[in-house]
Ligand binder design. Sequence first.
Ligand SMILES: [Zn+2]
Length: 245
Amino acid sequence: MVVMVRLLRVGSELHVQDTPHDTVPLLEIVQELVDFYKPQIEQACKVCLGAFAVNDSPAYRLLMAKELRKSLANAEKTGEFVSGIDDATKERAIFKVVDAGCGSEALRYSEGIIYLGPKADELVEKKEGKVLVCPLLDVGVVHELSHRLWEVLRGQTIEQDLNELEKKGASLNKHRIYRMWNEGFATFCHDQVFVGLDERLQQVADLPLMYVEGANKVVRVLEKYGASHLTRIPRDWEQLSKEFE
Ligand SMILES: [Zn+2]
C-alpha cells in the first residue's frame, strides 16, 4: 500500500504531517526529495534524468554483495592481492578501495534506483508526531541524482561502465580511478553546482578521501578548460585521468 505523506517545508526543517505510521516512512521521504530536486537539476542542466525509484536496504545490501564479489574476482584475476591473504582481509581492503563510495552508507544509486542503506535511518528522527529530516539526506539525494547525470551525459549507465572495464580485464587500480572520477563528479555537483538549489543543501565536511580526491581533479579540469567542461567529464574521464594524474 502506498502511504500518502504530505511534506511541508518550514524554515530549515522538513516536516511530514499526520503520518499514520509508527515507523518513519523513509522510502516516501526519499522519494519526495527525489521529486523535489530532480526537476530542478533537469532544468538547470537541460537534461532528462528519467524515472527514479527508491528501494529499501535488503536490495542495497544484495547489490553491495554482488559488487564485492565482482571486485574480489577481479582482484584474483589481476593478482593485485598477494596469495595467502585471507578472504576477510581481502574483502575489507576491496571495500575500502573499490567501495569508498559507500562513505555515508545512507544511500546508493544504481540503474535508476536509489537504495536506502543501513544508515539512512539515522538521518530522520520522529519527534512529537512529526518526522524531522537531517539536511544530509537532501545532500545524499542530490549526490545520487548527480550520478544519474553522469550517466545521461556519458550515454550509458555506471553498471555498463563497470561491466566494460571488467570485460577489458581492467586492473583494480583502473576501477579505482573510474570510481574516483565518478564520485568526484557527483561530489563536485552536490557540493558546488547544486548547493544553491535549496537552503537545506550544504557543503559537507569529512567526505571520504576518494570523493575529495576526485572533486579536486574536477576542479583542476575546470581551471584549465573552463566551467562548461564539467559536462564533458563523464565522456572523457579516461583521457582526463592521464592528463590529470
Ligand atoms: Zn556517490
